[in-house]
Design a protein around this ligand. Structure first.
Ligand code: F0G
Length: 451
């Protein structure tokens, strides 16, 4: 059979609400053209993020009922620990409330003034946590990653030659850790190959540097490896996942993505001394080491989510769903980052509205256009998110992130239709200017004015 179906049936439904165009016009204005300030009930199809927005399975909900809420040593903790150990091979596992809590602990320990932290591409919270510690965050994507139309199969790869140049330039003693984000979120949800991870590992070993994964979307990355990397097609995804983690000295994970839960995170470590110091920080702000700021029921749901996410029927459906959206947008003449990513399709906003220069936020104009026209909420990943302090991102993108197991094919068809109509009428998209913004992570709360 050619059609890849949703490998589940739906047991609970949640109504979504239509609004009129005048209502949306008013809502957008009152939100100062920042869709983070729009109420979710005023959104018809919410593609703001794939983080924490997925649907849990019946087994996960059953786990919620089993949750052991004991302060220390809860049964649910041991279920999670056993699952994560089995999947990743890591012995030292710290639960956190979400990915950025793991990042905050890690960079409080490893960061600091004068340090430099390279990555294929830091996500915004990772970059912010590195910089908050006083260190410098450096992105080293391969050159193909900067070209939306390049169909390189592993556009998430880290540029190994650039890493070597950085080590030679600043000295290994100033690099406390090398990060690799799988999949690369800021650069289009693109995967990293095993070959590249091995090459980075080799450089790290040679220079005595620890290698950490930002492993939020480890299962989607592993599935792309199975699909695209020579020699991997017949291997179980579980084994590929294990290979990826075996190459790392640690990992930060937001379980809100491939953990298939609405809240939760992990910090995985090998070094016992580092783990001890991390545990102390965990207790300081997150919670005791067997719950880390989560309820017992959250730990159960997370454990079950990590089992379900490596199911290959699920991954086939997941990757196909995003690929389908990407192909339909391309067919409508809309340029995207190719090939489509694992969790999202990224529209090339610079190509979408060439009449709006980067300093007038073409991505934000597309985001406003999609909401105004069809009640769809997307996320700018361009000069609003990464253009602070005179920085200029390589691409102006709009991310359509697909929540896991939430929307059906007709929802996706509606999104395609709406995007195509906005594209037909793209001359009407308006440039924006920022009225005010906080000093960092400005995309969350910046206020805009249409020009
Ligand atoms: N790393 C990556 C690659 C991410 O995509 C995210 C979150 C984080 C770290 C932080 O995790 O939100 O649990 O604290 N990404 C979300 C997104 C917010 O929309 O892409 P968190």
């Amino acid at each position: 059979m050619k059609t890849i179906i949703e490998p589940f049936r739906i047991k609970v439904v949640e109504p979504i609400r239509r609004t009129t165009r005048p209502q949306r016009e008013d809502i957008l204005r009152r939100a100062d053209f920042n869709v983070f300030a729009v109420r979710a009930e005023d959104v018809l199809i919410d593609l703001l993020t794939d983080s924490g927005t997925g649907a849990m399975s019946s087994e996960q909900w059953a786990g919620v009922m089993r949750g052991d809420e004991s302060y220390a040593g809860a049964k649910s903790w041991y279920v999670l620990e056993r699952t994560v150990r089995g999947l990743t091979g890591f012995d030292r596992i710290l639960p956190t409330h979400q990915g950025r809590a793991s990042e905050r602990i890690l960079f409080e320990l490893l960061g600091g003034a004068g340090k430099v932290v390279p990555s294929n591409a830091h996500f915004d919270t990772t970059r912010a946590n590195v910089e908050h510690s006083g260190a410098r965050a450096v992105d080293l994507p391969i050159p193909a990653a900067r070209h939306p139309a390049s169909r390189h199969p592993f556009k998430g790869d880290l540029d190994v030659a650039a890493l070597l140049r950085l080590i030679a330039e600043v000295g290994p003693e100033r690099i406390p850790v090398v990060m690799v984000t799988v999949t690369n979120n800021s650069g289009g949800g693109q995967p990293v190959s095993l070959e590249n991870l091995r090459a980075v590992r080799e450089v790290c070993t040679r220079h005595g540097l620890p290698l950490f994964l930002d492993a939020c979307r480890f299962a989607e990355n592993a599935y792309f490896i199975k699909l695209r990397e020579p020699g991997q097609a017949d291997r179980p995804v579980r084994d590929i996942v294990r290979d990826m983690f075996d190459l790392a000295d640690g990992a930060t994970i937001s379980a809100k993505k491939d953990g298939l839960v609405n809240i939760g995170g992990l910090l995985l470590l090998r070094d016992p001394l580092l783990a001890q110091r991390a545990n102390n920080l965990l207790i300081l702000t997150e919670g005791y080491v067997t719950y880390g700021g989560l309820a017992g029921r959250d730990l159960e749901a997370m454990a079950q989510g990590f089992e379900e996410v490596v199911d290959e029927d699920y991954l086939e459906y997941r990757i196909r769903c995003v690929g389908y959206l990407g192909e339909k947008l391309l067919a409508a003449g809309i340029k995207i980052v190719e090939p489509p990513g694992g969790h999202a399709v990224y529209i090339d906003a610079a190509a979408f509205c060439p009449h709006i220069p980067p300093e007038r936020f073409p991505g934000q104009a597309v985001v406003c256009g999609l909401y105004r026209h069809a009640g769809i909420r997307a996320c700018e990943i361009g000069s609003v998110m990464f253009g602070q302090d005179g920085r200029r991102p390589a691409m102006e993108l709009v991310r359509l992130a697909i929540p896991r197991r939430v929307y059906t094919q007709s929802h996706v068809d509606y999104v395609v239709e709406a995007a195509a109509e906005v594209f037909q009428d793209r001359q009407r998209l308006r440039p924006l200017e920022i009225i005010d913004a906080p000093p960092s992570l400005r995309h969350f709360t910046a206020r805009f004015r249409e020009l």
